[in-house]
Design a protein around this ligand. Structure first.
Ligand code: ZN
Length: 295
C-alpha cells in the first residue's frame, strides 16, 4: 500500500518512538531486573568455571602495557604496584566469596592478623552475602570484580558499565558504602574499561605477582611465582575458592613476614603511595629496580 506523505511522517514517527522505547528499555532494564538479565546472559558459563579458565596476566605483560601507556602520555586511573620505598605487601583474593573456602581463608588471615583485599564477584556476593559481611566485619577491604566475572574486553562498553555498576551496587548494599577499588577479571583492561571504572568512582587495581593458584600448577610453582616477583609495594594476586591457596597461605605469610614485609590492604597502599620512609637493603633495591619497578 502506497502511503500518503502525511501518513509516511506518522509511520516514521511511530518507528522512531518504538526504537527510542526499545533502546531506553534495554538500558534501564539493568536497573529494574539486572540480576535476571545478567543470569540469562551468562547462564551458560558457571562463574567458577570461567574463573578456572581465567588466565590472569603476568606482571611483565601488565608492566609492558603500563610503560606503553606512559610512553604516549596516558595516565590511567589505576595502581599496578604500591610504594617501592615501603616494605609492604598487599594480599589480594579474587573471585569469591565461596561457600566452602572463604571461611577457612578468613580464619587463616585472622590467625596471622593479616588484613587483605577481596575482589568479589557480584553474583557470588549476592548468593553469599553473609560471607561478604564477615569479610568486612573482620577488617578486610572489599573491591569490585564485575557482576559475572566477564572479560571486559570481550563485551560492549555498555555491558562493561552494567557489570561494574551492578557488582558495586550489590557490594555497597552489603558493606554499607560503595566500593572504590576495582579489578578487571584476568587483568583485561583498556582505556574504555578504566574510564568507565573511574566514572563510577573506582581506582583500578592490578598486581605485581600473579600466584597462578587457579591454574593447574604445583604448589612449588605457585611459590616461585610469588617469590620471584617479590618486592616492596608488591600486590599479590591469589584466589578465594581454591584449596591450594589455603594450603600455601600460612607458610607464605610467615615467610614474607620473616623477610620484613608488612601486610597492608590496597586502601592503605594507596594512602602510602607518596610516603618516603625506608630504603630497604641494597640487594632488595637492586632486585626491585631490575625486575619489579614499573615507574
Ligand atoms: Zn577473577
Amino acid at each position: 500500500m502506497k502511503l500518503m506523505p502525511k501518513n509516511r511522517y506518522i509511520a516514521f514517527a511511530i518507528a522512531g518512538a518504538i526504537l527510542v522505547f526499545l533502546a531506553a528499555n534495554a538500558y534501564f532494564s539493568c536497573e529494574a531486573g539486572r540480576d535476571r538479565k545478567r543470569a540469562s546472559a551468562f547462564s551458560k558459563s558457571d562463574f567458577m568455571e570461567s574463573a578456572k579458565q581465567e588466565i590472569d596476566a603476568d606482571f611483565v605483560k601488565l608492566q609492558l602495557q603500563d610503560r606503553k601507556e606512559k610512553a604516549v602520555g596516558k595516565r590511567y586511573h589505576k595502581i599496578i604496584k604500591g610504594n617501592p620505598d615501603l616494605k609492604e605487601i598487599a594480599l589480594t583474593f579474587d573471585d569469591g566469596p565461596h561457600p566452602k573456602y572463604t571461611r577457612e581463608l578468613l580464619d587463616i588471615l585472622k590467625k596471622y592478623n593479616v588484613k587483605a583485599t577481596f575482589f568479589v564477584v557480584g553474583k557470588q556476593a549476592k548468593k553469599y552475602p553473609h560471607l561478604v559481611k564477615m569479610q568486612k566485619r573482620q577488617g578486610h577491604v572489599i573491591g569490585n570484580h564485575t557482576y559475572d566475572h566477564v572479560n571486559l574486553l570481550a563485551v560492549s562498553t555498555q555491558e562493561a558499565f552494567i557489570q561494574i555498576k551492578a557488582a558495586g551496587k550489590t557490594i555497597g548494599a552489603l558493606c554499607g558504602k560503595p566500593p572504590h577499588l576495582f579489578r578487571p577479571p584476568g587483568g583485561n583492561y583498556n582505556r574504555a574499561v578504566i574510564d568507565i571504572a573511574e566514572a563510577l568512582g573506582y581506582t583500578t587495581v592490578l598486581w605485581t605477582a600473579n600466584a597462578g593458584d587457579c591454574a593447574s600448577i604445583s604448589e612449588g610453582a605457585i611459590k616461585w611465582r610469588i617469590y620471584s616477583r617479590l618486592g616492596s609495594g608488591g600486590i599479590i594476586l591469589m584466589h578465594d575458592g581454591i584449596q591450594k591457596t589455603l594450603d600455601i597461605l600460612p607458610a607464605t605469610i610467615e615467610n614474607l613476614r620473616s623477610k620484613g614485609y608488612k601486610f597492608v590492604t590496597i586502601e592503605e597502599m594507596l594512602d602510602h603511595r607518596h610516603l618516603k620512609q625506608q630504603q630497604g637493603n641494597i640487594i632488595d633495591r637492586i632486585w626491585e629496580m631490575l625486575f619489579i619497578r614499573g615507574d
